[in-house]
Design a protein around this ligand. Structure first.
Ligand SMILES: Cc1ncc(C[n+]2csc(CCOP(=O)(O)OP(=O)(O)O)c2C)c(N)n1
Length: 379
């Protein structure tokens, strides 16, 4: 195992003092250590998506000539393919970056279905987009990692190429970091239960990546309901509102509720602009806003700098509500039944979740069939 603080100090010794990325559960203690020992907004930026971490790191390199570090879960590689292949690649501008990439879905390890494909292709994909990658496994020590660096880092970076370390689960030991907090009162799970209880049997749910979908799933299980109305977007963070829009436009007699996270909305915030311009009267976009990436360790998002309602209204949403209490949430859910959307509800929720949340018991393609049969059972 590697102590994140030893790594942090080693990186400092190599002149790496700028960090950008999107948090990952496998990198939780490393991300915590970076946050604890840097200044957010100065030499550490938690970026909306992984591609933007690459371009931000590029700007840092251009301004200083120093090597930036970019971190992410391997599912974020997709978001960075464009800036890596058309900006930082050594045949274009040649911007050297050091990547730390959490390896979900490693072949041979049990993981969720949405990580399987990405886990299989992680090394090949990095090679294809021109990044030299190295595996860091849980049995490696800091000395092993230093060896790996000393043999490879300088030669790769000095030829204006990038180097990635693919990090296996369990590589980093714990690091005591101060947890980000908010002042919000409602628990996210209570908010979700309140929303689902208020819906009719015809309403559709599209929920986002992470624990929000797991809480939706558990609500149905605990209430002996089936899951046919729910599309759980277990991967593809940031895309659930577009899935919801696609359904809403083609199933106008159903109300479609997108249960989104603030981190997910920020990841692809242009979706608010498209929804606003869409005149999807039957779309209700609910942000369960804890200003944090709670599902992967609770690191802060930039949501507390954003008034989502104002943004949505300026994009063309017809109604917007901020909610801080369960009675207000209940009242708004009743009132919006009569309103034409698109509607946004920014529900302020606390950071935290049950430790024993379940995960869908049936595979995504089976869930898709059940969902589509429900959607297409009436017009
Ligand atoms: C492209 C991509 N990057 C990163 C992740 C890892 N990831 C899964 S859930 C999550 C946090 C989601 O945060 P938010 O939307 O704010 O919801 P919360 O967990 O706070 O409810 C992250 C970063 C991912 N699945 N996909």
């Amino acid at each position: 195992m590697i102590d994140p603080f030893d790594l942090f100090n080693y990186l400092k010794h190599k002149g790496i003092e700028f960090f950008a990325g999107v948090p990952d559960s496998l990198l939780k203690s490393l991300c915590g250590c970076i946050s604890q020992n840097t200044v957010i907004g100065k030499n550490h930026f938690i970026t909306p998506n992984e591609g933007l971490a690459v371009s931000l790191a590029t700007g840092y390199f251009l301004a200083t000539g120093n090597i930036p570090m970019v971190y992410m879960q391997n599912s974020g590689i997709g978001n960075m393919v464009n800036p890596v292949t058309s900006l930082t690649n050594e045949e274009i501008f040649g911007i050297p970056i050091l990547y730390f990439i959490g390896w979900r879905g490693k072949p041979g390890q049990i993981d969720e279905p949405q990580h399987k494909k990405q886990g299989q292709i992680t090394q090949d994909l990095l090679e294809t987009i021109g990044i030299n990658s190295f595996l860091v496994t849980q049995n490696m020590s800091m000395n092993d990692l230093v060896d790996l660096f000393e043999h490879n880092y300088d030669s790769i970076i000095s030829s204006n190429k990038s180097m990635a370390l693919i990090i296996e689960k369990g590589t980093f030991s714990d690091y005591p970091f101060e947890k980000f907090k908010n002042d919000y009162q409602i628990s996210r799970e209570h908010a979700i239960n309140t929303i689902l209880k208020s819906l009719s049997e015809r309403d559709i749910i599209v929920s986002t990546t992470g624990k929000i979908s797991r809480e939706v799933y558990d609500f149905r299980e605990f209430n002996n309901q089936n899951h046919k109305q729910d599309f759980l977007t277990v991967g593809s963070m940031g895309h659930s509102s577009m899935i919801a829009l696609g359904i809403a436009k083609h199933k106008p007699k159903h109300k479609v509720f997108c249960l989104d996270g603030d981190g997910a909305v920020i990841m692809h915030m242009g979706s608010l602009a498209l929804i606003g311009s869409s005149s999807a009267e039957n779309l209700v976009h609910i942000i369960l806003n804890n200003s944090a990436y709670e599902s992967v360790g609770g690191q802060p998002t930039i949501a507390n700098h954003i008034d989502f309602c104002k943004v949505a209204l300026s994009c063309g949403y017809k109604n917007a509500f901020i909610v801080d209490s369960l009675p207000d949430l209940q009242e708004i859910l009743t009132n919006i039944k009569e309103l034409n959307g698109p509607t946004i509800i920014d529900v302020h929720v606390s950071i935290g979740s049950r430790k024993d949340l379940s995960r869908p018991a049936t595979p995504p393609n089976v869930n898709k069939q059940i969902f589509m049969s429900f959607l297409n059972s009436d017009q």
